[in-house]
Design a binder for this molecule. Sequence first.
Ligand code: 76R
Length: 248
Amino acid sequence: MSEAVQTLEGWFALHDFRRVDWNSFKRISQADRRRAVDSLLGLVREWEATESEKRGSTALYAVVGHKADLLFMHLRPTLQELEAVELQLNKSPFAEVASPIYSYVSVVELSNYTAQPGVDPSEDPAIQSRLKPILPKTQHICFYPMNKKRQGADNWYMLSMEDRRRMMRSHGEIGRRYAGRVTQIITGSVGLDDWEWGVTLFADDPVVFKKLVYEMRFDEVSARFGEFGRFFVGNRLTPDRLVEWLEV
Ligand code: 76R
C-alpha cells in the first residue's frame, strides 16, 4: 500500500447554486417581491456579521450561463452550521423564487505534500488562517469539482509518496506564478460529495482562470491524473449590486 498523504481540515464548505424563477418573480406583487428581496438582504447582513466575528465566511456571485443564477459559497466551522445557513435560506421568502439547482459539500483541506518538516500546524497562524479563510472579495469566482484518476497505469493512489510529492511540487510552482492574481481554495470531498475535491478560484480578471487552468493541463498531475466536473463562473454581487440585479 502507498503511504497516504496527511491532510489538515478546516472550515466546512457549502457551494449552494440557485435557480431564480424569473417568471414567478415577475408575476408576484410588488409587495411580495419587496419581501423576498428584503429577506435575502437580511440574510446577507447576518452572514457579514458572522464573517466579521470570524465564525465563517460567505461569498455571493451571479453565475453566468444557464447552469445556475446564483452561487452562495458558505464556510462554517461545523456541518451543522452549514445546514443551518442552507435551511435559513430555504425558509426565507426569497427561496419561494430561488430553488437549489446544484450544491457541493466539502471541507477546506491542506495536504502535507509541500509542508515544512518540523512545523506544528496547530501553532502556525499562517496555516490556521488558510484552514479558516475569509473568502476574497474579487470580482469573479470559478468553481469546479475534480478527481485524481484511478485507471490502469494511471492510478494516483498507487503512486509512491515521492512521485506524488514531486508532481505536487511542480503543480504548486505553476500556481505560485499566479500569486496576487488568483487565490485557490481547495476543499476535500472524499466521503462527503460526488467528486474528490472542489476547486474554487477567485480573481479580478476572469481570463486568469483560463490561463491558469490551461497551463496546468500541460503539467503532469493535471495532464495524466486530472478528471474534471462542470465549471461554473460568476460575477460578484455586493448588496447594492444584488438589489439592482433583482430589479424587474
Ligand atoms: O505549496 C503550497 O503551499 C501549496 C501547494 C499546492 C497544493 C498542495 C497548490 C498550489 N495546490 C495544492 C493542492 Mn492547487 N490547484 C488545483 C487546481 O485545473 C486543474 O488542473 C487543477 C485544479 C488549480 C487551478 C489549482 C491552483 N490543488 C491541490 C489539490 C489537492 C491534491 C491532492 O492532495 O492530491 C488539488 C485537487 C488542486 C487543484 N494550486 C496551487 C493552484 C494555485 C494557483 C496554487 C498556488 C497558490 C497557492 O499556493 O495557494
